[in-house]
Unconditional design. Sequence first.
Length: 355
Amino acid sequence: MKALVLSGGAGTRLRPFSYSMPKQLIPIMNKPVLVYALENIVELGVTDIAVIVGDWAPAIEEALGDGSSLGARITYIQQDKPLGLAHCVELARPFLGDDDFVMYLGDNMLPQGIGEIAEEFRVQRPAAQVVVCKVPDPRAFGVAELDADGAVTALVEKPQQPRSDLALIGVYFFTSAIHESVAAIEPSARGELEITDAIQWLVTQGADVRAGEYDGYWKDTGQADDVLECNRRLLGELATRIDGDVDGTSELIGPVVIEPGARVVRSRIVGPVIIGAGTLVEDSRIGPDASIGSDCVLRATQLADSIVMAGASITQVPGLHGSLIGRSARVGPSDHAEAHHRLMVGDHTRVEVAA
């Protein structure tokens, strides 16, 4: 089996971050979302992986390299325009050949992995197997309708009157039968080759299409609040590890990870918290539910339920909560004598100031 990981897309819901980095490299617990996806795939024993990239190809290739650090071999395939998930399959046909493959959206978080569903596919080998998850309101998702035997009878995009609560979550298993269906469908109204249309074509042709239900935690990390929620969830499984330096006047409470080269000075850390390599935390109160990236500086700051990305500096900020701080950002007091706020705010930025 091979793998096809989709890592293009503009990430408009994660602006302003997606102006300067691909959404799939947003860190959760100091690790890019895309890396979690690749780790899940490698856990299946699948090591031959193609990654579809768009405008952010150089950044993604720099982050992943040739895949050897993950125990994989990565082939990069360029998609010049976002022409649909089925178009990605078409582009990857020379790489995929006639092998079975798993297709995985690179901004999906499924921490419990998909091993059981992959085994179902290997044993039963339907033409296609979609991964679904029960959701309270299916109207916002593509939905799989099943018959009494568990076979997929229809895929319906954002139904107003859903006949099922099983949402498609962006992971698919395919045999080579999918290539015929991709060649047979036409672009949708939005000008894209839809993977749901390709799977529905298989259903209409009488092919065996199945659904594997994922019952663990799942999150599409397409928006800032989703990223923070996912960060909280994964931090909840943190185990204490102290590889950096903590001075005698500092206090650590609960699960805390201090990575190599990090220093904690005269500070109180309330876990779960992870502090990245080379970061300095001084005279601060951090946590709970905070991920601080590498090479950051936090001084005289109180911060909780937040993600601070690599190289950021925060000084004398008394109450940050529910925040995403971008790479090499600077947050702190004005250099001017007057008591006022000074902001340099980019497009689609949101600033919430306590009254």
